[in-house]
Design a binder for this molecule. Structure first.
Ligand SMILES: Cc1cc2nc3c(=O)[nH]c(=O)nc-3n(C[C@H](O)[C@H](O)[C@H](O)COP(=O)(O)O)c2cc1C
Length: 341
C-alpha cells in the first residue's frame, strides 16, 4: 500500500467538509506538488493494449473534466493510469457557470455538475501538454465556446482540432455535455454527420502535415433513445470514425429522486449512471463495425465495474466520480480487475 492509499481515508472527511470544487482544486494541487517531489507511485500495472494505432500502457484512464486545464497529466499518469483525457477545452478561455456548480450526493456515490466548460483555452492547454514527460497516452477533449451558436460550432471544433493535433495522442469531440446550451443537439443525425465528416477531412490534411495519425473520437450522452443511438451509430460507421466514448453524465434523476440535491441542474455522474452507460455502450458495440473501438465510462466505483465495461464491449475504460468517493483504492482495484482482461 502506498502512503497516498494510507492517508486518503483520513483525508476524505476533511475534504468532504469543503465545498466540492474547492476540495477538487486542493486535491489536484496536492497531487501536482507530490509528483514534483517524486512522491507518487503507480497503484498497479496491467498489460499494454493496442487500440486505434496507439499503445496504451493498460486499459484504465482518467475521464475528461478532472484535468480541465491539462496541468496534472503527468501526476495522474504517475499513479498508474494508462491514459489521461484532458479538457474539455474550447477555442477561447471561459470561466464556466456561476458557483456553486458541483455537488456531492455521497449517499449515492454520485456527483451533479454544471461546470459549463470552465477552461483556460486550447492554446494554453496545448503549451502545457507539450512539456509532459510521462508515457501515458494523452487525449484532448474539445468543445465549443458557450457563446458560439450551433451553426458555427464546427468552426470551434476545427480550431481546437488544428491546435491540438501536433501534441495530442487522440482527440475527443465532445457533443454530450448537458451544461452548454444546445450542445447535445449536435448529436442529431444531420448535425453530427456534418461535424464529424468535417473533422475526418481535416484529420486527413493534418496527417499529411504532421506525419502522424491522431485518432478522432466522439463522446456521447447516456440519454439517447434507441432511434438516436441507431442514427448516431449509422453516421459513425459511414464516416469510419476512430472511436466512441460512452458515456457522459446524465440529465435523468430517477436514481436519486428524493435527495435534497436531486433537482440541481446539471449532469449526474457516479453510481447512478452506471447501468444506463453500460447499456448504451452495449448498444453501440452491437451496432458499430468491429473495427471501431469503444471506451467505457460512467459509474465505475469498484474494480469489478471496470471489468464489466470490458465484458460489454469496451477496449478501454475511464474513471472520474468514483475517485472522489473511493480515492486511490479505486485505481488499484480497477487495474487489478482489468489485468486479467
Ligand atoms: C465535475 C465533472 C466535470 C466534467 N467535465 C467534463 C468535461 O469537461 N468534458 C467531458 O467530456 N466530460 C466531463 N465530465 C464527464 C466525465 O468525463 C464522465 O463522462 C462522467 O462523469 C461519467 O463517469 P463517472 O460516473 O465515472 O464520473 C465531467 C464530470 C464531472 C463529474
Amino acid at each position: 500500500m502506498t502512503w497516498l492509499e494510507r492517508i486518503y481515508p483520513a483525508l476524505k472527511p476533511w475534504l468532504f467538509r469543503l465545498d466540492a470544487e474547492t476540495a477538487h482544486s486542493l486535491t489536484v494541487k496536492m497531487m501536482v506538488i507530490s509528483h514534483k517531489l517524486g512522491l507518487l507511485r503507480p497503484l498497479g500495472t496491467g498489460q499494454p493494449v493496442q487500440c486505434m494505432g496507439l499503445t496504451f500502457p493498460n486499459r484504465l484512464g482518467l475521464a475528461a473534466g478532472m484535468d480541465k486545464s491539462a496541468s496534472a497529466a503527468d501526476a495522474w499518469a504517475a499513479l498508474g493510469l494508462g491514459h489521461v483525457e484532458v479538457g474539455t477545452l474550447t477555442p477561447r478561455p471561459q470561466p464556466g457557470n456561476a458557483k456553486p456548480r458541483l455537488f456531492r450526493l455521497p449517499e449515492h456515490n454520485a456527483l451533479i455538475n454544471r461546470m459549463g466548460f470552465n477552461n483556460p483555452g486550447i492554446i494554453s492547454a496545448v503549451k502545457r501538454l507539450e512539456k509532459r514527460r510521462s508515457k501515458a497516452v494523452v487525449g484532448v477533449n474539445i468543445g465549443k465556446n458557450f457563446d458560439t451558436p450551433n451553426e458555427n460550432a464546427v468552426n470551434d471544433y476545427l480550431y481546437c482540432l488544428k491546435a491540438a493535433y501536433g501534441t495530442a495522442d487522440y482527440i475527443t469531440v465532445n457533443i454530450s455535455s448537458p451544461n452548454t446550451k444546445g450542445l447535445r443537439d449536435l448529436q442529431a443525425e444531420d448535425a453530427v454527420r456534418h461535424l464529424l465528416t468535417t473533422m475526418k477531412k481535416e484529420q486527413a490534411e493534418l496527417k499529411k502535415e504532421h506525419g502522424k495519425m491522431v485518432p478522432v473520437l466522439v463522446k456521447i450522452a447516456p440519454d439517447l433513445n434507441d432511434l438516436q443511438i441507431e442514427s448516431l451509430a449509422r453516421v459513425i460507421n459511414e464516416i469510419n470514425l476512430d472511436g466512441v466514448i460512452a458515456t457522459n453524465t446524465t440529465i435523468a434523476r430517477e436514481a436519486v429522486a428524493g435527495h435534497r440535491l436531486a433537482n440541481e441542474t446539471g449532469g449526474l455522474s457516479g453510481a447512478p449512471v452506471r447501468e444506463r452507460s453500460t447499456l448504451v455502450l452495449q448498444a453501440f458495440r452491437m451496432l458499430l463495425k468491429p473495427t471501431i473501438p469503444l471506451i467505457g465510462v460512467g459509474g465505475i466505483v469498484e474494480g469489478s465495474h471496470a471489468a464489466e465495461k470490458i465484458q460489454h464491449g469496451a477496449e478501454l475504460v475511464q474513471i472520474y466520480s468514483g475517485l472522489v468517493f473511493r480515492g486511490p483504492a479505486l485505481i488499484r482495484e480497477s487495474l487489478s480487475a482489468l489485468s486479467t482482461k
